[in-house]
Design a protein around this ligand. Sequence first.
Ligand code: 0A1
Ligand code: ZN
Length: 850
Amino acid sequence: MTDTPIRLVDYLPPSHLVDSVALTFRLHPQATRVLSQVCLRPNPARPGRHDLRLDGEALRLIGAAVDGVPIAAMPDETGLTLPASSLPDGPFTFTAEVEIAPEANTALEGLYMSRGMYCTQCEAEGFRKITFYPDRPDVMAPFRVRIESDLPVLLSNGNEVANGPGWAEWHDPWPKPAYLFALVAGDLVAHSAGFTTMSGRDVALNIWVRPGDEARCGYAMDSLIRSMKWDEDVYGREYDLDVFNIVAVDDFNMGAMENKGLNIFNSKYVLALPETATDDDFARIEAIIAHEYFHNWTGNRITCRDWFQLCLKEGLTVFRDQQFSSDMRSAAVKRIEDVLTLRARQFREDDGPLAHPVRPEEYIEINNFYTATVYEKGAELIGMLKRLVGDKGYAKALDLYFRRHDGQAATIEDWLAVFEDATGRDLSRFKLWYSEAGTPRLKVTDDFRDGRFSLHVEQVNLPTPGQPDKHPKVIPIAVGLLNPNGDEVVPTTVLELTETRQSFHFDGLAARPVPSILRGFSAPVVLERATTPEERAFLLAHDTDPFNKWEAGRALAKEVLARMVTDGAQPGPDWLDALARVALDEALDPAFRALALRLPGEDDMAQTLHAAGHVPDPDRIHAARQRMAAALAERLDPALPGLIDALAEPGPFTPEARAAGRRALRLAALGLMTRRDGGARAAAVFRAANNMTEEVGALSCLLDVGRGQEELALFESRWGRDRLVMDKWFTLQILHAAPAEAAAKVDRLTAHPDFDWKNPNRFRAVIGALSANHAGFHHASGAGYRVLADWLIRLDPLNPQTAARMSTAFETRARYDADRQALMADQLDRILAAPALSRDLAEMAGRMRR
Ligand code: 0A1
Ligand code: ZN
């Protein structure tokens, strides 16, 4: 069966609107009854009489009625059609009773069970697995929900209005689409706090977890309170219900979900203690708590008209959570980390068969479009808009957006119109960023004559699948100029590239300056500019823009590593000295120094080599990177013990950014030292660690040099009963496995009694780690490809969404040699031939096989 794509151009407003919904749930693991009462009326925006289509999947219909009169409804596989002729011309009520089986729901979409607890996931189209309903985001309604169950805690959206033994009733006054519906029932305990909003309303805050986990909620609660305050201070957005509930669940396909007043989280992004969570975990918890909270305005109060507009809520909300984290932590470090992620995930996506515009124009399965392009590139587009209209223009546009579209389901056209109306700027050319896929390349040359420095910029927009011809984009290029002595002669200025080729001039300069281009990574593009290593080293030493200072070091390291891969060179003393100077410069933020010491990743190198016209060899890249680390360790050797000692944190653990930065630098130094002392120091740090960052960090250092077996066993005996910590134990072993052993390691660990492959976190901890081990996954034997395909084929019938997401490991196929390409194609063919393949995985494998 081939599914036909859904297209943006076919959008039609809904035939009917919903004025209110009342739901009753009689919870039972195998036979939950859902009674619904939906008050509808014809949509004046669709004149004439229309059939009413109600979405519904895998529902056992017990009975249905229109205005109390039973109807003989015959659902098909995807729903129910009520013919126009059978419906009143004005308002009417549709009631239905259906039965569903949450315990049998392994896809974790709709109503399902996670270790005895009921919970829901309705985005994007899960509500149709709960009852018959117009399951589309432009149908918004207030919900009233009654839950009947013996479980002690019964939650839904909005405010609780009544309860009694075995039941509770909730009412959400804010009209919302069905994808924001949520229900939770379980034996849960709350970590509670309160927040007084800017207008003086008291809001009860609860984080609901399993008994025993309540001591692990402090950081998430603290992050929530800071997010609520920040959204008031920076965006003027206030919370709008009496209670804000968060629930942690162990089985969850994604990170978290912004259901109105009842956020549901993967427990991994809530639960944290210094002993169990790393600094990266703490930072991610802070960011995701903020992200879901910020959705209350950007996503819930203003939602998306249709799923093509997904970036309207996701791009903006990612941008907002990035702003929040950068205010809470170091803005420079946050920007560097965000760009690292963008390049690793989004540039990679843009460069392969899965490339798609930030606003896609067609899809087969919408769940396949929760991508780095929609989220991360979507956020970059907001950053560019802000740069183009300035901070004041941005603030005016956002105020107008909230005023004009509150309570609506909006589009990208609406979004751009508020910027045009608030600032008077024409954004019709900028809109191309939303409709054209691919990462623009900027080729920059310069010249200097009679005191005039000129930058000549050309933009190249290469074809992507289905989009052979591209147009020039509007690209903000932030530039600063430095004097040869290192002083800044021209501070950061934003140049606007709008044509294919353009020149920009700076006059009145006494000497030829050194340009610092694309400061702060002002646009999501690849900058191609031939420069000397000396100039990069100069910028690494002197650039006042922290992003470009780091970028200069990064570019140098990549050039050195590329030569090491292609002609077996050794890193020269210049690079080693330049990097050593930064690493040991105590005037610099330790977190920044740690980032500078982080060598380019192997997948990143493969992507870079491929773009430069080489066929990347994963083994050679791996070996060269090892040699690079060894050379750096040798160069820094005398300084390492002192660095490690000086960076030990005295007092108790705190998760804040300053302390985390010191630990990051300490562990970077420890990684290098492990290559010199055979692991003695790392083993000592492991044993002395009082926090998970150093425990896992030291263990990683050991595994990287082929040691650490004893420590792994110790770790397992210490943490064997802790699911989240044990995910790390599984991941580390795969991530640090030698290339020839990675696939066999997967076989060994998937046979471990604690490998619960139906739990998405555990599945990702092992199978996801394999594709993150570049040389292991791409081992010439093809064993990595085979073991991944085996597990995807196995998981797909149970959990298509997670299987489809993880199949993207194959998206880089075209980079590699013919043998590897053929091996990957074989595995994609095997997947495509699997019986009863899901729509999710079929779409992904199909696109990657083309
Ligand atoms: N909207 C959520 C992420 C999310 C998306 C899809 C899901 O199921 C298909 C679940 C969660 C967010 O952006 O956080
Ligand atoms: Zn989101």
